[in-house]
Design a protein around this ligand. Sequence first.
Ligand code: BES
Ligand code: MN
Ligand code: ZN
Length: 492
Amino acid sequence: MPTTLTPVSFTATDIDAIAQATGRVAVVVDPEGRMGQSARRVNRLTKGAVKRFVDSDGFAKVKAGQVTTLAWPVGMEAQAVDILCLPRAHSVEEARKGGAALAKLRGSKDLLLAADGTRRVAEIAFGLVARDYTFDDHKSGDDENAASGAVTITCSQPEAAQETAAPLMAVAEGMFFTRDLVNAPANVLTTTEFAAQLKALSSLGLKVEVLDEDDLAKLGMRTLLSVGQGSDSPSKVVVMQWNGGGDEAPLALVGKGVVFDTGGISLKPAGGMEDMTMDMGGAGVVAGVMKTLATRKAKANVVGLVGLVENMPSGNATRPGDVVKSMKGDTVEIINTDAEGRLVLCDVMWYAQDRFAPAGMIDLATLTGAIIIGLGHENAGAFSNNDALCNGFLKAAAAENEGAWRMPLGQAYDDMLKSRIADMKNIGGRAAGSVTAAQFLQRFVKDETPWIHLDIAGVAFVKSDTPLAPKGATGWGVMALNRLVADKFEAE
Ligand code: BES
Ligand code: MN
Ligand code: ZN
């Protein structure tokens, strides 16, 4: 079952409703302790509790976007008053952080956020909705029947807030789709099930085609097929087109969709192998962005392509030492069957350029463990042949507080891929593992195609909470790519 967004309604300020509100009531104060009319009403009802809090030493330590709770307030029906600290001129990041903090405290209780004239209420709502995510598809219990409380935001301009919130909710829809896909176990999200879920996006107006193994063989996608040939799940490529623009060339998004990566014959060690259920993270982000663009009806042409395969060992699996020919025509000596993502991507990237002649191409992949060694879980690695496109992306990522850091490319790294018997090997040495992986991909990028490779192995799935997500799949990249499309590819 897809995780649904918490519905948020915006209505006009109604201070008379505050005393009777059940569940939780939240109000906003600024770092100087200034209150709007709703906060003042709560202060009066609680006989000055809010004022005593803002006058206390503790309040001086409270940062923008943080929430402090007054439990079981006298004079009110609510079980708690949550005081959100936000300066009048706060950032998008602070507003979202505040919303996320409220979501964490709320659980499934009703919440009335009486925001009065607070700015960026739509961003507060976005933070709240984005953080209100749990992946409980496989938890038994009576959760399905447990009603989740309603979230109401009262503010001075509810219609304007509603209008600003609509495209942000489309972003949350896409992000939740990505998270659900990435969190799903590999026996549930098989290549076939993945393709079916993408096909279902056609109800949003996307044109979705599923290419099966026969189609891929005819196209000559031998390196992609070589990865999936040891699995009982059939390899597939899914093409999703959103034509919201004019007749200009599209932006192409290409995703690695390895539904499970055992390493193949170059088998991974047992410890932690279960995490490789997230090895379709790149495809998950592409799917999420396409869903967002279609939901908000973006005025842009964007095509999303994902390579869906499972990397398994078997009597039919690719062996180390095998040589296969890519769709481009170059041959690859497969030294290590665990360096499979690049073998999937190179064929899909070539197909994307061959068929769509895109104005730009961005591939996303949980490609290397080495990027986690280099950048941890804070930043994705960005590799690019085009400064303008890359800087545009980095700017969009920074605006959305999604970490990305540019990494180098260069001939010396490319030389590490030389093979004795084929056009290239599929791995370099131990050194610069993320760069040689990117270098491999660049061999399949036409000179005229502006391109970014995003290695998201460290950011797609994390073991601790992030500002907008509980531990597990983050949906990293949906916000940044949506913004890049809005900034650089959308007509206004
Ligand atoms: N899917 C892995 C990379 C990965 C590692 C993603 C950890 C997320 C967390 C990729 O297919 C892989 O196995 N890469 C190898 C490449 C090596 C064989 C050159 C790696 O990183 O060890
Ligand atoms: Mn691998
Ligand atoms: Zn992999």
